[in-house]
Design a protein around this ligand. Structure first.
Ligand code: NAD
Length: 369
């Protein structure tokens, strides 16, 4: 077997794109350019051992192409791990369109992008992500069938957020079982940061179970409306969130909120929420949570309900089957805690190892053909 270190020493690895691909073993990176429409996009396929690569398309005004490349490589690898741990037969992929989604989007650009997706013959399936709207998906769909996560009126499964929220809720219960020996959340003080599509649905599950909710969102109008509807307490100053008396911190807005500053302030027992990339630095903060005696439920395990929902859309959508699959997130979370304890490793690392094991196991059956 060729060692990564040997490849990294080869002249090919001096190319900044190739060297980044080698680092995390990306299968294929497609650079898309079209002068007529102004499209500049990158599609990254990280791994297709388990199935076609699937991940959303993000449109973002990156400062330069390298920044876009780094982002798409990181995100596509994340999708491989998320689908692998969720037990889906999907690989990891992602696409980025370089540009300002407010000023540079139009039908021709999106349809041109759809043609590039189509040229990959299903090796990459796209979906909505930041900066890409339902209308844009409609344009992409005109040029390719390799699209998922579509709204109901376009024949899709609609908003995946309720399934995501259900998975977060179950992961939280599994975390409670691990921490306190009982998975009831009744009476537990939970702080939910970000009451968007997922946050709102999560709050409703938690209120029903009798948890004591405190919620915050930068959208004050939405915050007040949801507090009124659910009886949750409103946090008026978002900067104080990390100093609050709480049992569970549920980040459901932005990434990187678990960092050195916040960990020095957080007094919770559990971190479990929907946001992607919660740990600012896996290596540093994945270990720091242990020192603080905080149980961290790895984000890509917790929030897999969305990709599970999209997967069932590919199979002919059935909400009950999607929900039943999302229910497995409870056992998966417990299993990650078990592996973390047995191998004496942080929980994020245990989740990564479970993903890598599935890739390795299924990889073996693929080569037998
Ligand atoms: P959303 O855009 O509907 O909601 C995000 C909410 O966070 C908004 O209400 C916004 O006002 C609020 N917000 C933004 N900055 C904030 C801040 N600094 N403090 C507090 N609130 C802030 O998004 P969503 O679909 O609910 O997703 C929430 C998170 O979960 C995102 O990180 C997303 O990437 C992740 N996620 C979502 C899904 C899904 O199915 N929707 C699946 C996997 C992961």
């Amino acid at each position: 077997m060729i060692e990564v270190q040997d490849i990294q020493k080869s002249p090919l690895a001096e190319n900044p794109v190739i060297s980044q691909m080698i680092l995390n073993n990306h299968e294929q990176v497609v650079f898309c350019n079209d002068n007529d429409t102004g499209l500049k996009a990158i599609i990254a396929i990280h791994n297709t051992i388990l199935g076609p690569s699937l991940g959303g398309t993000r449109m973002w005004a990156y400062n330069n192409e390298m920044e876009a490349l780094t982002d798409v490589l990181r995100l596509s690898r994340g999708m491989t791990y998320k689908s692998a741990v969720a037990g889906l037969n999907l690989g990891g992929g992602k696409a980025v369109i370089i540009g300002d989604s407010k000023t540079q989007k139009n039908e021709a650009l999106m349809r041109r992008f759809g043609k590039f997706v189509n040229s990959l013959s299903g090796k990459y399936i796209t979906a909505e992500d930041v900066g890409v709207s339902t209308k844009d998906m409609e344009y992409i769909k005109m040029e390719t069938d390799f699209v998922s996560g579509l709204p109901v009126n376009m024949g899709g499964s609609g908003d995946p957020s309720p399934v995501t929220a259900y998975g977060v809720y179950l992961s939280m219960k599994a975390s409670a079982k691990e921490k306190w020996g009982n998975d009831s959340l009744a009476g537990k003080k939970v702080v939910v940061q970000g009451i968007g599509h997922v946050g709102e649905s999560l709050v409703k599950h938690l209120v029903k179970e009798g948890a004591k909710l405190s919620i915050f969102d930068i959208n004050e109008e939405r915050l007040k409306a949801i507090a009124k509807e659910t009886g949750a307490e409103v946090i008026t100053d978002g900067s104080k969130i990390y100093d609050m008396d709480m049992d569970i911190y549920a980040p459901c807005a932005l990434g990187a909120t678990v960092n050195t500053d916040t960990l020095n302030r957080l007094k919770c027992a559990i971190i479990c929420g929907a946001a992607n990339n919660q740990l600012a630095d896996e290596n540093v903060h994945g270990k720091m949570v242990i020192e603080k005696n905080i149980l961290y439920a790895p984000d890509f395990v917790v929030n897999a309900g969305g990709i599970i929902n999209v997967y069932y859309e590919l199979e002919g959508y059935n909400r009950e089957r999607a929900m039943a699959h999302a229910e497995k997130i409870y056992d998966t979370t417990l299993n990650i805690f078990k592996v973390s304890k047995e191998q004496n490793i942080p929980t994020y690392m245990a989740a990564n190892r479970l993903a890598e094991k599935r890739l390795s196991d299924i990889g073996k059956i693929k080569v037998s053909f």
